[in-house]
Design a protein around this ligand. Sequence first.
Ligand code: FEO
Length: 160
Amino acid sequence: MKENLTNLIQSQINWELYSAYSYYAVAEFYRAKGLSGFHAFFEKQAREEIEHAEKLSEYLQDHDIAVKLSDIKALKEEFVSLRDPLLFFVKHEKEVTALIHALYREARSEDDLETMEFLSWYVSEQGEEEKSATDLLQKYDLFGANGGLGLYELDKELAK
Ligand code: FEO
């Protein structure tokens, strides 16, 4: 595997861990608001991000490349309304999609067929994550934004 691609994968590992760290922050925000379903949803999301990072690490290790871990930034966003983290979720996933696409394009430009095949899982996973983020924001706007029973039901649904 060429150096450019390796560096991008190393950096993607950090991004996935940053995503996990950010979703833990979101989970904690909702826990403090008493929304245990939203909390559980984002805690699960954080665990999935760790799995994304682990899968990339394993791939490097399988190719005898040492994984270099760098500092994980703390989330800078200040959430005020219940909607803020949901908007962050959508924006963040779109950003990650762009990074995954750049990674895929780099593998393609290096004619690294194995890595392209490996990364195709991430390309579809990002499609699903973006959909899940936009669906949640839409549901919140439709049913949860006015609080009351709508928000209660949405929280209950997210707890599942
Ligand atoms: Fe691993 Fe949500 O991107």
